[in-house]
Design a protein around this ligand. Sequence first.
Ligand SMILES: *[C@@H]1O[C@H](CO)[C@@H](O)[C@H](O)[C@H]1NC(C)=O
Ligand SMILES: *[C@@H]1O[C@H](CO)[C@@H](O)[C@H](O)[C@H]1NC(C)=O
Length: 409
Amino acid sequence: MGKCCKCNGRLLCMCLLPCMMTGHLLIYIMVTIFVTISYAPPKMTIHYIAPGISANSGALASHPLSPFWNLHLEHNALWNQLQHSLDRHYNPILRGNATGTLREPKAKSSSHIRNRCLNACVSRMCSDPHLYDVNSIPEEMRTFVRSMHCRSYPILINQPTMCKRKGTKSSLDYPMLLIAIKSQVGNFENRQAIRETWGRSGFVTGEFEKKGGFVRTVFLLGRQDSSTGPHPDLKNFLDLENQKYGDILQWDFRDSFFNLTLKDLLFWHWLQQYCPTAVFIFKGDDDVFVRTGALLTYLNKRWEEHKQRRTIPDEPHMDLFVGDVINNAVPNRDPSTKYYIPESFYKGAYPTYAGGGGVVYSRSLAFRLKEVSQRVCLFPIDDVYLGMCLLRLGLAPSHHPGFLTFDLP
Ligand SMILES: *[C@@H]1O[C@H](CO)[C@@H](O)[C@H](O)[C@H]1NC(C)=O
Ligand SMILES: *[C@@H]1O[C@H](CO)[C@@H](O)[C@H](O)[C@H]1NC(C)=O
């Protein structure tokens, strides 16, 4: 019995032990599986990504994979420094803590420097000039730097009723095209040529007998630049011209090449106040020629396309900016040219921009440009400045082969 029992016990042990071990293993596996199944991954917040190029396509807009602002100043030229501070000031993420974790170009009293830079870019105090250590740069450039913080100048000749409907007090016309021409007091002939030819105000039929539109023309002037030599006083002639044609806008600033950017800014303000119903704007110089009918045909087509595409019926918002687009341009470093920009003032390439001879943009984009220009330091070359503003709106000008700035065949 005892032997047998012993024998059975051993057999039993030899059978049971592996069974028990397998059982444990099974339990372990089951528990593991159960835990794995019941584990829920942490909830991820899904960020809203706006629809892409066409709202109907369903494709999502590309979104940045890394921060799209510059934490560090790349170039320490004057404009770059001022703009860097301004960018930081308006960046909602960096603003709260700009001095705590981030390196400033000069770490000591960074907030003081920031404020000074801010004032240097956008300030209402036009009276006190800003003096930077820019002695090595040409006089004209220095003149620009001294007043680059100032951007509001009183209007001397205004056209408050330009876009008013005739015979009414407050209702406005809807000109399809507002032509805004940068001119100078002395250029009477150019203005008259434009008035009598392509810039005639009134209804213009489209080319190829397509739909046309109403056109209004204004000329953008500063104050005669007396620093370039003696000039006859043309004020009375200008008043006479304005009485006859009523199409002059003049502001109280020196009409010099580096001050041309002011005309864009002040014109946008004027547009919003006095002609906010214009659909498109052509902005150009007074020595260009435009096939107004062809332009209207093109704009009508774009406007129709836009109206069909938009998803919100009464939403007039349209971003259009066309011209002769220049890519990958770099500043001119030849001191003998009028476009000369010294390295101590600006470093880096220019953003994509459209040649200033003539560009067309939509009214709603003009308003957005006006807003964003508050955040961009003045730059002495006007068409580059517009490129800088567009860049900050996340836009780029689009090229149209009909704009011929250089090689006119
Ligand atoms: C700023 O940074 C410091 C340290 O880097 C941090 O303790 C503080 O909470 C931050 N403040 C804000 C407003 O983000
Ligand atoms: C621009 O105009 C203002 C006001 O007349 C003047 O003080 C400034 O020197 C001008 N700047 C340039 C570069 O001519």
